[in-house]
Design a protein around this ligand. Sequence first.
Ligand SMILES: [Zn+2]
Length: 400
Amino acid sequence: MAENPIDSKGAGLANEKLVLTLLRQHAQLSQAQICELANLSSSTTSYIVARLREKDLIVENQGESTKRGAKPVFVSINPKGLFTIGVEINPSSLFIGLFDFNCQLIEKIRVLLDTDRSPENISSKLEINLRGLLSKHNIEYGKVSCIGVALSGSISKDGVVELSSPLSWKAIPLKDMLTAKLNIPVAVCTTRVRLLAESSIANNIDYSNVLYLNIADGVGSHAIIDGNLLHGSTNRAGEIGHIIAIPDGPKCGCGHKGCLEALISGPALAKKILQDIKHGQKTTLKDVVNSEDLPEVIISKWGQAVQQKDEYSMKLCAFIAEHFSKIAASTINCYDPNIVILAGYVTKQCFDYLETAIRETMATDVYDNTSRNIQIKQASLGTEALIIGAAKTAFQQYSA
Ligand SMILES: [Zn+2]
C-alpha cells in the first residue's frame, strides 16, 4: 500500500477500499487500530479517513473516555453512504432489492410482468420502479453505486444473455443495454449467485464443497468445489435442467425435447396440473387453482394438497422425485460434495419427499456411498436469494 499521503489515484482508491473492508469486518475501529490492521502510516490513515469522510462513506463517533485521556473516535461504515440494487428477472416478475452500504436489504419490491417480456420493456420497467423505490426512501439516484441483475440462462463474461429459455431471450447485450439506460455500472449474473448468497450467511459451516440443486422457474445446479465456485469455459457449468430426462418429451425453451426443466420446473408443473385438471383429473387442486395463477402460486397450492395427501398431488411428487433424484445422484458423482442444498419454490413444497428419494437413489447410484457422509439440507434463503446474490456480485465488482 502507498505510504505517501499524496499518493497516486489508484493506490489511494485501493487504500480506501482496504479501510472500508476492515470497517466491514470489525464494525468500528479507531484510527490507531486502522493504522495497525492496514499497515499504513498515521498520516496516510488520516488522509484516507478524511477522503472517506468527504465522500460521506463513514461516520465517526466518540467512544468512552479512558484513564489515559481523550475520548477515542471510532470510525464505522455509513450505511447510507452508497446503495446497491439487486434485481431478479424471471418470466412472471421483476424483483428489485435496495441494499445499503453494508449490503443489508432495506426493501424489496416485486413488479409483475405482462406478456411483453422484451428486454426493452423490462429495462423500462426496471428504470421506472427503481426511481420510485429510491424516491420513496429519499435516496438520490447518484447514490446508487451499482446494480446486479440475475436471471436464468447462459450469460457471457461481458454480460450478453446468450440464451435464457425461461425468458425466450437469445443474444441480448443486457449489460450494455442497462448501463446505457440506467447510467449506473451493471453486473449481469447467472442464477449461480444464489449459492454465493447462501454461503455468505452460513455461519460456522464449511462451504468448500457444496452442490446446490434448484427447482424453480428453471432447473439448475451450482457447485463450489475445493472452495471455488464453478463457472465453466462458457459460463454454463451445472446446466442439469437441460439433461434429457425423457427422449422426445415435452419441448423445452432451449429448443430440445424432454429436458428435465421442461418436466419439473415450476412453470412446467403448473402447466401439467392445469392440463390434467382440464382433462378431468380427480384432485382437490381442481377447486383451488385457476389458469391466471402464477406458477409459484399453483405450486404452493400443490404443496398444500401434498400435505393433505391428495393422491394426484402425491403422484406428482413421485414424478418429480423419479426424474430429479437420478440426475441429482449423477451430479453428486461428478462433483463429490459433502453438502447438497435443495433450493427453489418447487423443492420447498416437497423437501422431505425429495430428500428421501435422493438418499434412496444415492444408495444405488453414488459411488462408494456408504463411506461418504453427505448432508442434504434445505436452502436457508427463500425468494430473496437471487437479489442478495446479484447485489453482492455487483458490490464485489464495483464497490467492495
Ligand atoms: Zn432444455
